[in-house]
Design a protein around this ligand. Structure first.
Ligand SMILES: C[S@@+](CC[C@H](N)C(=O)[O-])C[C@H]1O[C@@H](n2cnc3c(N)ncnc32)[C@H](O)[C@@H]1O
Length: 234
């Protein structure tokens, strides 16, 4: 997979993309990530990429022209189809299903907005999708692009050492994950549930399933309801 990110702060990405699992995924050639400075695509002598909103109002709006030029230049470097995603608080809310869908794409381009947002013509004519990472407003799209990239890169086959860690984690199959414990079996007076140290794998599996259901029912009943709704619709 190839990911290109267009931003006015490309330097923000180096820490996150050069550590941990993303770093290893890049080293293994599972993902190639390129950041592009939007200011390289403006014709303004001060490298300005924003202007005042038509009709008045507070703040500045990111202009369509530099984004158009940046996209055209990035697309020239990409072989084949690519999906252009605008990070935007008004977009579709990002979730695990979306991460899974995007992890199967060959090429993704993220556009990070700033200020009051981007000229509406970017969504109308240049973006294939708009993604929001939640119902809150960030100062820019960079953190959102990092969140989306992180969650989809770990789903690319071969990125995680043990592919089973993906099968049982939260949101896969609409359940939260069961509680996890590690050594020691007793710390102070806090003991791990006996079944986990019993060695009986059938019982452990049944316990985990029951815990996942109970936990989801208590913390995220909406996930169970969504699953039931989907079943009823089938
Ligand atoms: C300050 S926000 C603009 C908010 C805009 N005025 C509005 O009310 O919808 C600037 C940029 O941050 C990014 N951003 C902010 N919140 C986001 C979110 N929840 N998800 C994804 N991107 C977000 C977008 O790229 C956006 O263009």
């Amino acid at each position: 997979m190839r990911i290109d990110i267009i931003s006015i702060f490309p330097g923000m990405f180096s820490g996150v993309f050069n550590e941990s699992i993303i770093k290893r995924a890049r080293e293994k050639g599972k993902v190639r990530i390129f950041t592009h400075d939007l200011r390289d695509y403006t014709s303004d002598k001060h490298r300005k990429v924003d202007d005042r909103p038509f009709g008045g109002g507070p703040g500045m709006v990111m202009q369509v022209e530099p984004i158009f030029k940046a996209l055209a230049a990035v697309k020239k470097k990409i072989k084949g189809r690519c999906k252009v995603i605008l990070l935007c608080p008004q977009g579709k809310k990002f979730d695990q299903a979306c991460a899974r869908r995007l992890s199967a794409e060959k090429n993704l381009i993220f556009i990070c907005g700033h200020y009051e947002g981007v000229d509406e013509r970017v969504r109308e004519h240049l973006a294939d999708e708009e993604i929001s990472i939640g119902d809150y407003v960030l100062t820019g799209g960079e953190l959102a692009a990092m969140v989306v990239t992180d969650s989809l890169v770990r789903l690319i086959p071969g990125v995680l050492g043990d592919k089973n860690s993906l099968n049982f984690e939260s949101f896969e199959g609409n359940l939260l994950e069961y509680p996890q414990y590690s050594r020691p079996a007793r710390f102070k007076s806090w003991a791990v549930p006996g079944v986990l140290v019993s060695g009986d794998h059938r019982k452990i599996s049944a316990w985990r399933k029951a815990q996942a259901l109970k936990r989801t029912g208590m913390r995220r009943p909406d996930l169970l309801k969504n699953k039931r709704n989907r079943k009823e619709q089938q």
